[in-house]
Design a protein. Structure first.
Length: 113
């Protein structure tokens, strides 16, 4: 793993909410810290209501994690485009985040409860 990336279990219970709905709750989330960026919580897919998440055509590449695939959140008020991302085939050094999704804080609420 790149020296500036750390992945560890996120302590406690974490919830993600969007457009007034709870999308997931997890005691198995991971916390990824990368350099000086704020920590990002990655939720296991098994703890998310995946029916509200729809893949988009958007991708991006990180030299330390691999290719990210993005998801829109399907909400009553309309879609929240590219609100979440996942590394479907992460680099081996960050393989722990495979099967997890993270969310943009400006589009959803992620909090420890």
């Amino acid at each position: 793993m790149a020296d500036h990336i750390k992945i560890r279990p996120a302590t406690g219970t974490w919830v993600v909410r969007a457009a007034g709905a709870v999308l997931g709750e997890s005691t198995n989330a991971l916390e990824l810290t990368e350099g000086d960026y704020p920590p990002v919580i990655y939720f296991p897919r098994s703890d998310l209501a995946m029916t509200f998440l729809e893949p988009t055509d958007t991708t991006s590449t990180c030299p330390y994690k691999g290719e990210a695939n993005f998801f829109a959140i399907v909400a009553k008020s309309g879609p929240l485009d590219n609100a979440a991302w996942s590394y479907e085939h992460p680099l081996e050094s960050v393989a722990a985040i495979k099967g997890h999704l993270a969310f943009y804080a400006d589009k959803v609420t992620v909090e420890q409860v």
